[in-house]
Structure formats: structure tokens, C-alpha cells
Design a protein around this ligand. Sequence first.
Ligand code: T3D
Length: 265
Amino acid sequence: MSYNTILYETAHGVLTITLNRPDKLNAATDELLSELADAFKKAGRDAEVRAVILTGAGRGFCAGQDLGAVQSRYEDDDAAIAFGEHLRHSWNIVIQRMRALPKPILCAVNGVAAGAGMSLVLASDLRYASDKASFVQAFVNIGLIPDSGSTWTLPRLIGPTRALEMMLTGRKVTAQEAEAWGMINGIFAGEALQDEVRAIAERLAAMPTRAIGLIKQATDYAADSTLNEALEYEADLQDLAGRTQDHREGVTAFIEKRKPIFTGE
Ligand code: T3D
């Protein structure tokens, strides 16, 4: 699949996906969502890709669903049904592929993240923002409810009190507030953001990729399980981690007092 609305660039084991509709703050059309879903599928299959950066072109990260496209739905009498169907076939696939990707996703939030654009941030594994970035649960401002996983991810990250305040008021939250609340991992000055996040991604790309994938899987599972279920699941996944080349390399390098060379196998 060739891409018109995103950029897909790989270097040093790191894939950078850039949402690329800067004049609309990278608001997502069906074309963009289909390309994004395809990009995450491709990233999963490409052994060269060991970490992914998701970012936006221009002054915004992503303003959520393209509202021009939403408006065109009003011509359809069944518009109410179309929303659910649309989510199931577009945004939900993207979010599911992000969570299922057995590689770390680092979000470089270069500007405003609104509506389901904010859901993309929340579905990432590590979140870094420009000091100029902001976050808006914009759904309520247009009479919708948070979607694309926001009702699940946001309260888990910042707690129900702050999450509901964001969702009910639709107010813009600054990067500084987001960091203080634990929504993001760190803030960088605007011009330094991309370089700083690339450096973190390159470090992660040189780590034991399969263990990282299994850590994602285990923590997502644990979010919805009892302690006993989580203990069992950890034991199952540790079986898999213990069979990787990178595990052997890590132990051997430790014993030999040298730096490990992880290949992602
Ligand atoms: O079925 C389904 O798929 C339902 C799914 C829904 C998921 C959702 O994401 S619902 C929420 C959709 N998003 C929004 O409601 C956000 C709308 N945008 C805004 O509130 C503001 O633009 C921002 C707070 C994000 C940024 O404000 P500001 O002042 O920095 O920028 P701006 O001037 O409003 O926007 C700049 C341009 O981007 C402007 O275009 P123009 O006039 O220069 O040609 C604006 O129209 C465009 N833009 C921004 N957001 C969207 C958009 N165009 C289309 N869709 C957008 N979402």
C-alpha cells in the first residue's frame, strides 16, 4: 500500500510514522486511518523495525476525526448507526493494532492532540510532548462521547477524577499539567522533541525486542485481571521470554562482564 496522508520512514531500527495533513492539524480522514492501520500491520511484520515513533507534521499532532468528513454523514438518514460502524472499521482497528504491536510505540506529541487524536497518544507505550503541546478531550464539545479507547486508557493513566474533568468539560490541558498528572513521560522544548524521542527510540530498538513485546502483553492483560491470573500469565510469558536468544545473550554478557548485543531474536 502506498501512503498519501502519512509518512513511513525507517532508520537504525526505528520506524517513524508521521501524520501528514498539517493544514488540518492532521485530522484523520478514512484514508489516513486506513493508512495508519496498514502501517502498524507492516511494522509488526518487519523484523528491521524494533521501535516505532508516532508524530505529526506541522503545528498539531492530531485533531481527531476530520469533521468535514463527519458533516458529510448528515446526508445519510442512518447517520446515528454509521458512527459505531465507522469506529469499528477505522479508529478501533488502529488502536487494537497499536496495543497488539509487539514493539514499543513512542508518541512524540508535537502540538495539540484532540478527540481521537488524543486517544492515539494514550494508546502509545511512551508519551513525550513538546512544551507547546496540549491535550483536549474534544468529543463533548461536539456532542459526542470519548472513543478510540479514551474511556479505558485515560482514567487508568490519570485517575477517574481528572479523566472525567477532561471528558466532561472538554478543556485544553497543557503539556505541563499532563506531565504532572502522569499522562506523559516527559516534556522537551519544541525544537528538541524529535531528536530526543529518536534517541530514546534508538536505545529501545537496541534492547530485547521480544521481551518488550511480552511486557506490553503482560501489562495490558494485568490491567483487567486478578493477581492470581496475572501471576499465571506472567509465568506463561516468562516461559517465552526465557527461550529467546536475547535472554541468553543478556545473561552471558552479564557473566562475561561485557555489554550485551541484542538482536531482537
Ligand atoms: O464515527 C466516528 O469516527 C466518530 C469519531 C470521533 C472521534 C473524534 O475525534 S471526535 C472529535 C473531533 N475533533 C474535534 O472536535 C477537534 C476539533 N478541533 C478543535 O477543537 C481545534 O481545532 C483544536 C483545539 C484542535 C486546535 O485549535 P486551534 O485554534 O489551534 O486551531 P484551529 O484554527 O481550530 O484549526 C486549524 C485548522 O485545522 C482549521 O482549518 P482552516 O480554517 O485553517 O482551513 C481547522 O478547521 C482545521 N481543523 C482542526 N480540527 C479539525 C480540522 N479540520 C477538520 N477536522 C478537525 N477535527
